[in-house]
Design a protein around this ligand. Structure first.
Ligand code: THG
Length: 266
């Protein structure tokens, strides 16, 4: 499982304030804490600043985070100018978050994926918006995968995001997104699947139970990459347990080594 730490996101009040104050030290603390907790990559999102400032802020964020962590960054923006700014200063192999089937977004982000040999998160939507049925989601996902491969992106660099919706308002779509993942993972061995997960619980109480249960269900249906809070020890323990149960952890070596590190005592 590739764990992408979600916490450097301007939708969180403390991060928004730190960005606006250009308070590098507190953002660097959040980076180090996520790395220590087991994150394999760090999502960085500054979507609350005005669009004209986003490229400069993204460049600053990537730089200050990589001053204290060697982890790759998942550069999170719908704005390709901000993506390009972050990519230009990134060290190592980045993940671009994200491309989609929307014509303009696809055409503007694809050259960046190639130029930086980046991993890329591909969102399952297109010019018609979010697909409205399981069948339509499958078609949008399949068409995106085909396009990316035809455009020279290796399968192992593609992270398909089925864009999980909110259980409270679209109850039928949650199971649909699991089935889409299962179907596409069987059709395309080696393709990655990623999810932000926490959308699923929006508007419901004690969201962490829904997020954790949904993560386990997602892992059982092909999810191999998550954007989550790695400082939730229960969630992290469930990741190791689920991967072992899915026979994705040879001889439970990872599970056992995490036990010896103390990670599982929650
Ligand atoms: N797919 C892709 N990218 C994404 C998402 C996705 N990027 C953004 C988002 N979804 C994933 N990141 C977050 C970051 C923070 C929260 C949820 C998802 C969040 N934070 C709460 C808060 O700030 O109150 C609680 C957690 C906390 O306090 O730390 O909900 O789906 N490709």
């Amino acid at each position: 499982m590739l764990i992408i730490g979600e916490k450097i996101n301007a939708t969180r009040k403390s991060i928004d304030a730190a960005i606006k104050a250009r308070d590098a030290a507190s953002i660097q603390e959040v980076a180090k804490a996520q790395e220590k907790a087991g994150a394999d990559a760090l999502d960085v999102n500054c979507g609350t600043v005005p669009a004209s400032e986003e490229p400069e802020v993204m460049r600053w964020l990537v730089k200050i985070v990589q001053e204290v962590s060697d982890l790759p960054i998942c550069i999170d923006s719908p704005n390709f100018v901000a993506l390009a700014a972050g990519l230009a200063v990134h060290k190592g192999k980045p993940i671009i978050n994200s491309i989609s089937g929307e014509t303009i977004r696809y055409q503007s982000v694809l050259p960046l994926v190639k130029e930086y040999d980046a991993g890329v998160i591909a969102l399952c939507n297109d010019d018609k918006g979010l697909p409205s049925s399981r069948k339509a989601t499958l078609e949008v996902g399949e068409s995106l995968i085909t396009r990316l491969i035809n455009d020279g992106i290796p399968l192992y660099d593609i992270y398909l995001d089925p864009l999980v919706r909110t259980l409270a308002t679209s109850p039928e779509t949650v199971v649909d997104s699991l089935e889409v993942m299962r179907e596409l993972s069987l059709r395309h061995p080696g393709l990655h699947f990623v999810s932000g997960l926490s959308n699923v619980s929006y508007g419901l109480p004690e969201r962490r139970h829904l997020n954790r249960a949904f993560m386990v269900m997602s892992i059982a249906n092909g999810l191999d990459t998550v954007i989550v809070d790695p400082l939730d020890p229960q969630l992290v323990a469930l990741i190791y347990a689920s991967e072992a149960l899915m026979n994705k952890d040879s001889f439970c070596m990872k599970y056992i080594s995490e036990y010896h590190k103390g990670t599982l005592k929650v």
